[in-house]
Design a protein. Structure first.
Length: 224
């Protein structure tokens, strides 16, 4: 079994890799920085989890396709795809408020959220449909829909489009063996108590994968 984590980093991505890896998945980590990926792979290996890093920026669609080609060549069909790219520096997020939204401020967010996700999903979905099995979990901030947050209007517009597509995919594939789910992260990871810690959040992802029913879960600091 192979799980691909797009946007893998030392926080939630590492916890997701550990959680799925502990269940026997080989983990393919996709991220922008080779050094970060190598560190994660070494940490996973020390825990007996097989993993490999693949360098790609989600805004470079050709590089992302090439990364998936390499993943499938190395490990075969993808069983689980989790998509959650995020800037390593919160100050670089580039948020623009609702009143000031422009096409120019929206396009980079569409590249990261919608276009990157569509590219990644297209690399695995046809095979999953053909096999009638697989899981796709797409993560966004809660401003994608469950929460209204005007200061993040450009991010909300792009991630909201991704959320809408994800929910439609869930409905379209509901009678198949392919499960598609959206995860809305409505908290500051690691800063709002035990339920916000990356390992606790990774457990919720694992539950969504195992239960295969929810179109959407919203992660809050009060979640069990």
């Amino acid at each position: 079994m192979t799980a691909v984590i797009v946007g893998a980093g030392p926080g939630l991505g590492r916890s997701l890799a550990r959680r799925f890896g502990a269940e026997g998945h080989t983990v393919a980590l996709v991220g922008r920085t080779r050094a970060t990926l190598d560190t994660l792979v070494a940490e996973l290996g020390a825990e007996g989890i097989r993993g490999q890093g693949f360098v790609a920026d989600v805004t470079d669609r050709a590089a992302l396709v090439a990364a998936f080609d390499a993943i499938k060549a190395a490990f075969g069909p993808v069983d689980v795809l989790e998509y959650s790219p995020a800037p390593s520096d919160p100050a670089a997020i580039g948020a623009v408020g609702a009143v000031d939204l422009t096409v120019e401020s929206l396009l980079p967010q569409l590249d990261v959220h919608l276009f990157g996700a569509v590219t990644a999903v297209r690399q695995v979905l046809p095979d999953m449909i053909a096999r009638d099995s697989g899981t796709i979990l797409v993560s966004t901030g809660a401003s994608s829909g469950p929460v209204v947050h005007p200061p993040f209007a450009n991010i909300a517009a792009a991630s909201g489009a991704l959320r809408n597509w994800t929910l439609n995919l869930h409905a379209a594939l509901a009678d198949t063996g392919v499960h598609v789910g959206h995860v809305a992260i409505a908290l500051r990871i690691g800063e709002e108590g035990p339920a916000s810690e990356p390992d606790a959040l990774a457990e919720r992802y694992w539950q969504q994968h195992r239960e295969r029913t929810a179109a959407e879960i919203v992660l809050t600091a009060g979640a069990a």
